[in-house]
Every structure is written in C-alpha cells, then in structure tokens.
Design a protein around this ligand. Structure first.
Ligand code: GLN
Length: 497
C-alpha cells in the first residue's frame, strides 16, 4: 500500500504494464484515500467515483490491448502515463464535470468542453480523480479565498497549503493523488509546491496551451505539472506541452522530450544566486535549508556565482497593476447572462449585472477588479498600467543579462514555510509578499520550478530553480540529479501514512 502511494510515475507505469495491478485497482486505492482524508483536508471540491472508475476501466482496456510491452521503456505506442490517476486544479474545464474555479460564480457550472491540457492527459490515458480546490479565480497564496472553504496543509492542518493551487498540492502531499495539474500566474504552482514539500514546474509562457483554462491574467497564466519528483514532472510535461491553435499565445515549436537530459551529470553547471533573493525578508530556517542545498549542488559539480536582478524589488508592485488590469477585463464575462451565478431578484438589466457580480465574487476578486479598473481608467493608465509594463520589460532584461553568466538561477521559493490560517489574510500586502521570489519569473515569461530541500520547524522548504526561456529540460535535469542525491522529495506527512 505505502509502496504504491509513494511510487514514482515510472514505477506505477511498469506495475500497470506488467499487470501487477490494474488501473481500476490503483484508482480505487486513491479514491478510497480521498474519501478517508478529504473531509479533513478539503483538497477536492468535486469527486465522481463512477466517472473516474469508468475512465480507469477504459485505460485497462488500452493497456490490455498493448500486450506485455512495457510502455515505461518507451517501446510501445502506449503513453507511459496510461492508467495512472491524477487530479486537476478546478480552473481547467473538463467536459461534463463541474468546473468552479473556486468561486460561487461558477459553483454550478458544468463545463461543455475540455481544456487542451485535460484533453492531452486524457488522450495519454491518465485517469482523472476529481477537481481540486483553489483560491477563487486563482487569486491568493493561501487557499483561504476559495468559496468552498480553505484547504488544510497535510503537514500541519493548522497551516495553509499555499495557493492558489493549494488543493492540488495538498492532494499530492497527502498521497491522495500521484500527481496533479496546477496553474501559475505569479507563483501558484511553485509556492504551494514549496509549502507542501512537492516538485512543481511552471513552464515558459506559451509552452502549455491556455485553452479551456479559466483566465485570470492572460499574459502571465501558465499551466504546469505538480508531483513528487522532477522525473514525474518531466513525464507529465511531455503530455501537457505542445502547440494548440486554439490559444493564440501557444508557441509552435518542435515537440520535446523533457525527460531526455534527466541523468546528465551536473559538472560545470553555473548557478546564479541573485543578491536580491538572499537579502532581508527570508526566514533564517529557509536560508539555512537553501544554503545546505547549494552546498549539495557544489558537491554534484556545480559552481555558484553572484548575480544581480536590480529591478526585482519592483516585481510585486508591477504585478499588482498588470495582473488586476487583465483580471478586470477577463472577469467581465461573468455577468449572469450566459452562464454562472445570476442573482435571483433584480429590477432591471443593470441591477442584474450588479447583483450577480456582487453575490458571485468574493472579497479578493472584487479587490482585484477594482484595482484593475482603476489602473486602466483614462486618467491613470499612463501613471500605473503603462509604467508597470515598462518595469516588466526591465525585469525581463535583467534576467537576460543574468543568464550570460549562469545556466540556472536558484534561491528560496517563498520567504517562509507554511503559515497559519488567518496570519496573513487580514493584510493583503503581507499575502502578496508571499510571492516575492516567484512573480518576476512570470513577468519575464521564464520557466521556474520548486523542489523540496529540507524543513524548517517541521514544515517543508522549497528551493526555486529558474531557467532561461525553454530551459525546462535542463532545469528538470538539475532538479533530478539533486533528487537522486537527497531524499527530501520522498518525505510524506506522518499523519497521512
Ligand atoms: N498569489 C498571486 C496572486 O494572488 C499569484 C497567484 C497565481 O499564481 N495564480 O495573484
């Protein structure tokens, strides 16, 4: 039992191929764990046992048709992911499934089609376990803003799991799912991965299609994998990435095998350490864990070099102009007319719009819509929105200069380990600062990941790895070699065993 919940995707893949276990059996194991632990954790908002088991049966039929060929070895046409269960963040539309985006606005919305990512993972034969809780419309860093209530961190249920992909993170950390999807606009894959002791990857902007992924800030949003290890993330990204003509920002590039370089030695790797990421503001326990991880990298053959990202202190203020501006425009579609919540009582059309939006959206979403509308308004556009766009360009240029002297950049993912419920929710600026190390990466469109690198006060610490555009394979290699030498990524919360 513990073997299967701790197994890597590759191990699950060969167990399925060798018929040691069927997808129905494996899926049932995880569905039972969800039933047991979800009442405490609140990681899933929708589970549909029958639908999930039907998908598992279909996967078993595919595996059966594949004979005894071992897909993990890459010899069969069958995807190595066939028959493996996974959970989706509830921001991804899935045909026939309720898709809420953590909001009352969409609490009863049944998606009439699937996101590209969901289609791709279904086509690979992965079995969807259900939809994971999240901050409302992906706005938050603690999962306290969900209409469906907060998600608990499996490492300490008095603490937040991070956000906005907190349900996905809690589900994997508690071993209710072997892997999950997430989305990252300013840190929402990496920060919850850090706070829950997982590996999470935000790809280069445009690598994963945003079709069917409910939009928050379109120029920043990017879907990506969350799992226990870098190797698992590589296999998932292989299925998630790729050109999709339905997303105008999807990049048309030749397909890549993101697992191709996993085992490459790290000799000669140059790691850039931004001075700005190692200054004040980070907890001592986080600093110690990150420094020990860097020492491990030096043992593995890497060298470290100090670099500067001089405009990075402007990333949070620039983000909180750009992201709300885009959100205010994206969320204007929720007007109570075509789908989503409609106020039961109203006097005329304007009143219906106003009441539906007032009732359907929570406080944080309203705050963002107000900020976004303000910074885009005629009198303030130049002072705020245009200025923020200029800063965004400077931040991207800083990274380009930095990557001349290093191959990857490392630092903490978040300034602290998981914090307690209520600790930051009363002060939005404190909450926004949780993403101080992650946001610049989104503004620059770069790939970023978080891997577990130790503990502070018995809670997991995340190490962030940032690469140049399309550096995913290299970053996964850098993460994988570390995970071969350490076992942080295999740790699971005692209470979930
Ligand atoms: N915490 C950030 C925000 O609230 C980032 C969220 C995200 O990446 N979706 O905007």
């Amino acid at each position: 039992m513990t073997d299967l919940i701790q197994a890597s995707l590759k191990e699950l893949s060969s167990a399925l191929a060798q018929k040691k276990i069927s997808s129905v059996e494996l899926t049932t194991l995880f569905l039972d764990r969800i039933e047991q632990h979800n009442p405490t954790l609140n990681a899933f908002v929708t589970v549909d046992r029958d639908k999930t088991l039907a998908a598992a049966q279909a996967a078993d039929a595919k595996i059966g048709a594949g004979g005894m060929k071992c897909p993990a070895a890459g010899t069969a046409e069958l995807s190595p992911l066939c028959g493996i269960p996974l959970a989706h963040k509830d921001i991804f539309c899935a045909d026939g499934w309720r898709t809420t985006c953590g909001s009352k606005m969409l609490a009863n919305f049944i998606a009439p089609y699937s996101a590209h990512v969901v289609d791709q993972l279904n086509a690979a034969g992965m079995v969807m376990l259900g939809k994971c809780n999240m901050d409302e419309f992906a706005m938050g860093s603690s999962n306290e803003s969900s209409f469906f209530g907060p998600v608990k961190n499996p490492w300490d249920t008095g603490c937040v799991p991070g956000g906005s992909s907190g349900g996905s993170a809690a589900a994997i950390a508690a071993r209710l799912a072997p892997a999950a999807t997430g989305t990252d606009t300013g840190g929402s894959i990496r920060q919850p991965a850090a706070l829950c002791g997982l590996t999470g990857l935000k790809p280069t902007y445009g690598v994963v299609s945003r079709y069917g992924m409910i939009a928050f800030a379109s120029s920043l949003d990017q879907g990506g994998p969350m799992a226990k290890s870098a190797e698992d993330c590589a296999l998932l990204l292989n299925a998630m990435a790729g050109f999709d003509p339905r997303d105008s920002t999807s990049l048309e590039r030749p397909a890549e095998d993101y697992a191709r370089d996993l085992d490459k030695p790290l000799d000669g790797l140059r790691i850039g350490l931004p001075r700005e990421f190692f200054g004040a503001g980070m907890d001592d326990g986080v600093r110690v864990a990150v420094e020990v991880a860097l020492a491990e990298y030096r043992k593995l053959g890497a060298t470290t070099v100090d670099i500067d990202l001089p405009n990075s202190s402007l990333s949070v203020p620039a983000y909180y102009v750009i992201a709300p501006a885009e959100a205010s425009s994206n969320l204007s579609r929720f007007d109570g007319v075509r789908y989503g919540h409609r106020a039961p009582d109203y006097t005329d059309l304007n009143d219906m719009y106003a009441k539906s939006r007032a009732q359907g959206f929570g406080d944080e979403v309203k705050r963002r819509i107000l900020i976004g509308t303000y910074v885009l308004s005629h009198g303030y556009y130049d002072a705020y929105y245009l200025k923020a766009q200029k800063i965004r360009r400077l931040i991207a240029a800083d990274f380009q200069v930095a990557f001349k002297s290093c191959d990857v950049i490392m630092g903490p993912t978040a300034p602290s380990v998981a914090f307690r419920f209520g600790e930051k929710s009363a002060d939005p600026v404190q909450m926004y600062l949780s993403d101080i190390y992650t946001i610049a990466v989104n503004l620059a469109g770069l790939p970023g990941m978080s891997i577990p690198c130790g503990f502070d006060r018995d809670l997991p610490v995340g190490l962030q790895i940032v690469g140049p555009w399309f550096g995913e394979a290299r970053m996964l290699n850098v993460a994988h070699r570390y995970q071969q030498a350490t076992d942080w990524h295999t740790r699971m919360p005692e209470a979930m065993k």
